[in-house]
Design a binder for this molecule. Structure first.
Ligand code: SF4
Length: 253
């Protein structure tokens, strides 16, 4: 019987051109403001530490977005393009439409969702789905939790589940922020675990790094303690954000 291959070996065995075939979402933060920023003073959108560890010299241009989308499509991406991180994307609706037209001229089936606080956007025909969310009424505490995870080292191993994983890393989503930083996940708004910046980088190498580093899993004290600080802290304070790193029933964090 053959020995099961490690995740690293399985990843290394995947041929070029298929490496993003399981990616669900490709997100571009097309602007960095939100009309409700003053209503949610704890949202990362207006946090002074936003982009703290990332690049801020560059801005995500249309040509950069299209070139990176093409790169992802060549790597097998068939998922959904998104336009929000903590921004309100309808402020850039004309830009989004322009980008969508360009994408669909190459891939007519390219799907896209709009996540917005604007009731006027519901039913816009160019989007496959419009998610209307008003954090004044829907889980406002989730935005607060994201700030809480910027501090601390997370709970001790004895206090978390013996093993777990987070589905927000590899295979779930690639997020590129307003300054072209490729983030680990939406909790990475300070760019603490950013894979790199799209400007001036070899994207093949960034993808290899992402494949290696976005596997957020543990099954021992050693592997838990080797997780990024941000992830250990997120696992402790933000159980709604990561998908499968929840402790088993009966374990109190
Ligand atoms: S554990 Fe939290 S910070 Fe780490 S990848 Fe998952 S959602 Fe992001």
């Amino acid at each position: 019987m053959s020995t099961p291959r490690s995740v690293q070996e399985q990843l290394a065995a995947r041929p070029k051109g298929t490496r993003l075939s399981t990616l669900r979402y490709l997100t571009f933060e097309v602007n960095k403001t939100c009309n409700l920023a003053s209503v949610h003073p704890r949202c990362p959108v207006s946090d002074p530490e936003r982009f703290m560890f990332g690049e801020t010299d560059y801005v995500l241009t249309d040509s950069l977005i299209l070139a990176f989308w093409q790169f992802c499509v060549k790597e097998g991406f068939r998922g959904v393009v998104l336009w929000h991180l903590y921004n309100e994307p309808t402020a850039e609706l004309a830009r989004i439409r322009r980008l969508l037209t360009a994408m669909r001229s190459e891939v007519p089936s390219q799907r896209t969702h709009l996540w917005t606080n604007s009731p006027g956007a519901v039913g816009l025909p160019e989007f496959d789905h419009v998610q209307l969310t008003d954090y004044r009424v829907v889980r406002p505490e989730e935005l607060d939790n994201r700030r809480a995870s910027t501090r601390g080292e997370g709970a001790a191993y004895d206090k978390v589940a013996e093993s777990g994983s987070c589905g927000r890393g590899f295979g779930w989503e690639i997020i590129v922020d307003f300054h072209a930083n490729w983030l680990l996940c939406c909790n990475d708004w300070r760019c603490e675990q950013a894979v790199g910046n799209l400007v001036g980088s070899v994207w093949d190498l960034l993808l290899e790094k992402y494949e290696r580093e976005a596997q957020i899993k543990w099954d021992s004290r050693k592997s838990y303690e080797a997780l990024p600080r941000m992830c250990r802290s997120c696992i402790e304070v933000n159980p709604n954000l990561h998908r499968s790193a929840l402790p088993p029933k009966g374990v109190v964090l």
